[in-house]
Design a protein around this ligand. Structure first.
Ligand code: IDP
Length: 160
């Protein structure tokens, strides 16, 4: 496991992003993918899926004692989500900046949550909060053969 983890650093760092059910319903999938693509990150995994309650409970296991946990699991299971893995230098931290704060009311205009939602219980997108969380979440949501290694022909124009 250690060897695998140490491989996904630097320009190969990965993070898990999911367009939540409200984001899919509100036709934000294209806009969100567009922002990550135009930033210069590489898409290595993407699927539309209905998350099971079991998967969601595992994904949010750190929050199980929170008063909003049941509502959160119901919300996340209320329709399909678009699960994605994005790769690039500092992608986990940078993606969190692109998302904005957990509460859309605290999110600056220009961020995804700052631009497209108003309430914490309908905040349209998930992004891993650290590289370690990303590794856990990617392993939870994706099989190895759903993640694709491909040569980005623009790399030379994104990295010096
Ligand atoms: P994050 O998604 O920004 O990492 P977390 O604290 O991990 O934030 O919370 C996970 C998700 O739980 C949030 O994105 C949001 O959908 C929901 N959530 C967090 N705090 C509240 C709350 O106070 N009320 C309702 N839902 C909440």
């Amino acid at each position: 496991a250690h060897v695998f983890q140490s491989a996904w650093t630097g320009v190969n760092e990965r993070t898990f992003i999911a367009v939540k059910p409200d984001g899919v319903q509100r036709k934000l999938v294209g806009e969100i993918v567009r922002r990550f693509e135009k930033k210069g990150f590489k898409l290595v995994g993407l699927k539309l899926m209905q998350a099971s309650e079991e998967l969601l409970r595992e994904h949010y296991s750190e929050l199980r004692s929170k008063p909003f946990f049941r509502a959160l699991i119901a919300y996340m299971g209320s329709g399909p989500v678009v699960a994605m893995v994005w790769q690039g230098l500092d992608v986990a931290k940078t993606a969190r900046k692109m998302l904005g704060k957990t509460n859309p009311a605290d999110s600056l205009p220009g961020t995804i949550r700052g631009d497209y939602c108003v309430e914490v219980g309908r905040n349209v997108i998930h992004g891993s909060d650290s590289v370690e969380s990303a590794q856990r979440e990617i392993a939870l949501w994706f099989r190895q053969n759903e993640l694709h290694c491909w040569e980005d022909n623009c790399n030379h124009w994104i990295y010096s």
